[in-house]
Design a protein around this ligand. Structure first.
Ligand code: SAM
Ligand code: DTB
Ligand code: SF4
Length: 339
């Protein structure tokens, strides 16, 4: 009933969006259980290793140099400071550490610097992820050789709506980078943003395009637009929260074996809305008080939410050490207290 398909039509995907809410959640929950323990949630922490000053014009992004958002441009962080932050993230319970840079693409001279960060973060027992903009095949292979596990590069929105949001890079450029990433043997993290002012048909188009990629992304981040003053998309009408949950559920049905990440936008969500997202098949979050430049829920709030919902951080074989079992114990302790 939930085969891994790459031939979804727009009508197929729109029909899923149009199901009664309870039926959609039932189908998404069934797809989720075929591949995962629904009580487990993968936990990633983000760090902006190079913030702001970006030459691109992505209409949602506080890091584009051309928008006045109050985000100051910084240089690339030192490896030492990145590793200190990765250690803190690991000790707080994260199993994956994602390093982001506000670049159109890395310069060749930046690659050895990021490679050094990846090597050292990996040595802490964390899974590594990077999001650095467009990559050439050579750059992707160099990052793989350094021990990179995942590369994040989003499609962001439907091909039909794309030109209303981003003008400095084509969707095809993104597809080319994803091909370089896959060819280098890296796992892909690829999703998009909803709440940009797109229609339901266009939300369906984003998810259809993701599901029809040559391989389903290993991780699919679904971001809800974080509206930042100074960006062109600030002031866009808020997406109906149930439509956000539907987007998660449809992503789960289309890509049943992928991690579907409830990504940016959680800070403004109630516990109840997040619980609906987990029921709809989300099984990954960004954990830690900051995303790249904007806020994320406090770790205490997330641990309390895990405890209230009986969720556990997903253990990764190589990182199933005392730290993460400590985190699991904390969550279990919360559940026991609640019970
Ligand atoms: N510069 C690189 C790039 O664009 O590929 C990497 C970093 S970029 C910030 C990574 C992703 O963050 C974007 O593709 C977008 O999906 C997401 N993002 C950025 N700003 C956002 C916002 N205000 N709300 C939601 N998601 C956002
Ligand atoms: C993704 O899909 N979302 C993350 C991560 N991949 C890099 C980034 C969200 C950024 C939200 C805005 C900010 O904090 O600057
Ligand atoms: Fe630059 Fe990435 Fe932000 Fe676009 S999303 S402006 S490429 S940092």
């Amino acid at each position: 009933m939930f085969p891994i398909r790459h031939d979804w039509s727009r009508a197929d995907v729109e029909a899923l969006f149009e199901l009664p809410f309870t039926e959609l959640l039932h189908r998404a929950g069934s797809a989720h259980r075929l591949h995962f323990d629904p009580a487990e949630v993968q936990v990633s922490t983000l760090l902006s290793v190079k913030t702001g000053g970006c030459p691109e014009d992505c209409g949602y992004c506080p890091q584009a140099a051309r928008y006045h958002t109050g985000v100051d441009a910084t240089k690339l962080m030192s490896t030492e400071s990145v590793v200190a932050r990765a250690r803190q993230a690991r000790d707080a319970g994260a199993s994956r550490f994602c390093m982001g840079a506000a670049w159109r693409s890395p310069k060749d001279r930046d690659v050895p610097k990021v490679a050094a960060m990846i090597r050292e973060v990996k040595a802490l027992g964390l899974e590594t992820c990077a999001t650095l903009g467009m990559l050439s095949g050579t750059q992707a292979r160099a990052l793989k050789d350094a021990g990179l596990d995942y590369y994040n590069h989003n499609l962001d929105t439907d091909p039909e709506f794309y030109g209303e949001v981003i003008h400095t890079r084509e969707l095809q450029d993104r597809l080319d980078t994803l091909a370089h990433v896959r060819d280098a043997g890296l796992k892909t993290c690829c999703g998009g943003i909803v709440g940009l002012g797109e229609s339901r048909r266009q939300r369906a188009g984003l998810l259809q395009t993701l599901a029809n990629l040559p391989a389903h992304p290993d991780s699919v981040p679904i971001n809800r637009l974080v509206q930042v003053e100074g960006t062109p998309l600030h002031g866009t009408s808020e997406l109906d929260p149930f439509e956000f949950v539907r987007s998660i559920a449809v992503a789960r049905i289309l890509m049943p074996a992928s991690m579907v990440r409830l990504s940016a936008g959680r800070e403004g969500m109630s516990d109840e809305l997040q619980a609906l997202c987990f029921a709809a098949g989300a099984n990954s979050i960004f954990f830690g008080e900051k995303l790249l430049t904007t806020g994320n829920p406090d770790t205490e709030r997330d641990l309390a939410l895990f405890a209230r919902l009986g969720l556990r951080p997903m253990l990764v074989a190589e990182v199933a050490d005392d730290t993460l079992s400590g985190c699991t114990t904390t969550v279990h302790a919360g559940i026991t207290e609640a019970a």
